[in-house]
Write a protein that binds this ligand. Structure first.
Ligand code: NAD
Ligand code: DAU
Length: 334
């Protein structure tokens, strides 16, 4: 793997993936295409902008001509598509842009990959495409797709388009479906960094519904190593579930954050539930573990401690994101 196009590499998981590749796979050049929406942040890439192995390009994955130019100019071997509108609550407020980026943008990338003969296409998908579980059972790669939110419906549509390009034109692809990530550089609209930020500022912690919804948490670095395994060893046309076997209720996670920060549980405030809120996600990742030899590097207890400490040590990053300061910066830069 000499050259990869990473899309959405200024976002949470994408920037962690770029960091991992630049640190651990120096043989590989990273072309990082990101539109810098509200969720993209060049501060997530601090230190890499001068790295000769990293080329940052501000642009839209829907722009097929731009994508084709990059694939040709950098002789790209593989595309890893992280770029997306990723927040469920936003998709409930305004679904349109989720169709644009998540569906049409993925199709634009697929067409460009086919036209330019790119060797591998990795679609970074989500366990949410499987829908919601009852109290028992796990999502496997053969669980039927049953998305419930506009976000997950758009991701499921994209997954179908990727598979259709594989079936129709023999595009070499993989789809990864990971559970909830947490860790460094996550935008504080998502539950864990939002709760950390509010707790640090002694603001109420808004827990949806009864707080008993279950998510299966994975440290972001471990998601990145899993994607690398799929990229380099995945069987063409296969889907790989990724997860750390860390089911927690939201209330458990929130209480752990408050405990670590030494804040009172009185900050917990139960608020109106998310419409159509999926009750439980839990992933069976035995396939990627047995076939590709992947395993997580940390337990939830270790990972959440590291993540909370990172937010404590990077209060400036948090303040900039919350104040929208970095958006003003881009307006001057580009
Ligand atoms: P994020 O919202 O933090 O980052 C998304 C990035 O994509 C941003 O940098 C944004 O600027 C960029 N982007 C958005 N629209 C674009 C466009 N049209 N063209 C180019 N760039 C664009 O998201 P994230 O949490 O890092 O998620 C990354 C991917 O992983 C998504 O595809 C998401 O569906 C998937 N995923 C996320 C999780 C999770 O827990 N966060 C879990 C499983 C899968
Ligand atoms: O499962 C993978 C998915 O995980 C990814 O595909 C999505 O991109 C990612 O955003 C995430 O989706 P969730 O909806 O599970 O994550 P979120 O952080 O928004 O919410 C986690 C849980 O916490 C969920 O049950 C809703 C709840 N919640 C969330 C927020 C923002 C609250 O109780 N209060 C909040 O303020």
């Amino acid at each position: 793997m000499n050259s990869v196009l990473v899309t959405g590499g200024a976002g949470f998981i994408g920037s962690n993936f770029v960091r991992m590749v630049l640190a651990e796979h120096r043989e590989c050049k990273v072309i990082n295409l990101d539109k810098l929406t509200y969720a993209g942040n060049l501060e997530n890439l601090a230190g890499f902008m001068e790295d000769s192995n990293h080329e940052f390009v501000r642009g839209d994955i829907c722009d097929g001509l731009l994508v084709e130019r990059l694939l040709e100019e950098y002789s790209v071997d593989a595309i890893i598509n992280f770029a997306a509108e990723s927040h469920v609550d936003r998709s409930i407020m305004e679904p349109g842009v989720f169709i644009e980026t998540n569906v049409k943008g993925t199709v634009a990338l697929l067409k460009a990959a086919l036209d330019k003969g790119v060797g591998k296409f990795v679609q970074v998908s989500t366990d949410e495409v499987y829908g919601s579980l009852g109290p028992e059972g796990l999502f496997t790669e053969t669980t039927p797709l049953s998305p419930n939110s506009p976000y997950s419906a758009s991701k499921a549509s994209a997954d179908h388009m990727v598979a259709a390009f594989g079936h129709t034109w023999e595009l070499d692809y993989n789809i990864t479906r990971c559970s909830n990530n947490y860790g460094e550089y996550q935008f504080p609209e998502k539950m864990i960094p939002l709760m950390i930020n509010n707790a640090l500022n002694d603001k109420p912690l808004p827990v949806y519904g009864d707080g008993m919804n279950v998510r299966d948490w994975l440290y972001v670095y471990d998601h990145c190593t899993a994607i690398w395994q799929v990229l380099t060893k995945g069987r063409s046309g296969d889907i790989y579930n990724i997860g750390g076997n860390n089911e927690k209720t939201n209330l458990e996670v929130v209480k752990r954050i408050l405990d670590r920060l030494g804040k009172s549980e009185d900050l917990i405030t139960f608020v109106k539930d998310r419409p159509g809120h999926d009750r439980r996600y839990a992933i069976d990742s035995s396939k990627i573990m047995s076939e590709l030899g992947w395993k997580p590097s940390v337990t939830f207890e270790e990972g959440i401690g590291k993540a909370i400490d990172w937010y404590l040590e990077n209060r400036k990053w948090l303040e900039h994101v919350v104040s929208g300061e970095y958006e003003k910066y881009y307006d001057q830069m580009y």
